[in-house]
Design a protein around this ligand. Sequence first.
Ligand code: FPP
Length: 246
Amino acid sequence: MDSVRSGHGLHVAIVMDGNGRWANARGLPRTEGHKAGEDALMDVIAGAIESGVSVLSVYAFSTENWKRSPREVSFLMGYSREVIRRRRDELNSWGVRILWSGRQARLWGSVLKELKEAERLTRHNSTITLNFCVNYGGRAEIADAAARLAEDVKRGLVHPSQINPDLLGQYMYQPDLPDVDLFIRTGGEQRTSNFLLWESPYAELIFVDEAWPEFDRHSLWRCLEQYSGRNRRFGGARDAVADPQI
Ligand code: FPP
C-alpha cells in the first residue's frame, strides 16, 4: 500500500491530545483516557515503522502539565514510568531507539531512571527513533540552551560573534535529530502548545478531530498522505508567471 511507504525518512511530532475529554464523554475519569492512550501510542509507533518514519516525537507531559490536579499529575508521572518499564523490551525488539527530551528539574527521579535505562538499552537500535518528551516545554528547552551557551561564553569557549541559529541549535536537547517535517495534533484543538518550537520552523501542521485514544496507524497514514500533497517551500518561492520587474 502506497500510504504505508510515504513516511520515509520523516520526523513526525505528535501532540497526543484529547484523552481526558474522550474519557469524560464516556462517563470515565480522565485517567482512563490516558490508559487508553497507551494502546494508541503503541499502534502508532508500529505504523510509523511500517511507513518508514525515521523519528517520532511524542508529547507525554509538558512543563505546563504541572498545573493539573495533584492526582492527575501523580497518575501521569507514575503511568509514564510504568509504560516505559512495561514496553521497553517490546520496543527494543522492534528496533526502536528511545530518547528522552525534557527538563530534569521536578521530573520524578523514578521516571528519569526508567527513561535513562530505556535510552541505554535501546541506544544501538536504528529502525526508528522515539523521542519521548516528558517534562518538556519548547521555551524551557530554548532557555536551557541559552543558559548552557552563556556558560560556554563565560568560559571563553564561544565568542558572542559566533552565535547563530546553527550554533544555538547545537545546545538543544537532541541536536542530532532533524527538524520536524510533520506536526500532528489530535483532539480538535488547533495550536502547538509549546511543543518542539525550535525544531518546527517549517513543519507542516495537521490537526485532526479524533481524540488520541481513537488515533491509530491508519490515522497516521492518512496524515502522511495529506502531508505528501503539501508544497514545502522553506521560505522560497517560484514565480509561475514571468515577472517583467526582475
Ligand atoms: C493530553 O490529553 C495527553 C496527555 C497530557 C498525556 C499523554 C499521555 C498519553 C498519550 C498516554 C500514554 C501514556 C504515556 C505515558 C505515553 P489531555 O489530558 O490534555 O486531554 P483533554 O484535552 O481532553 O483534556
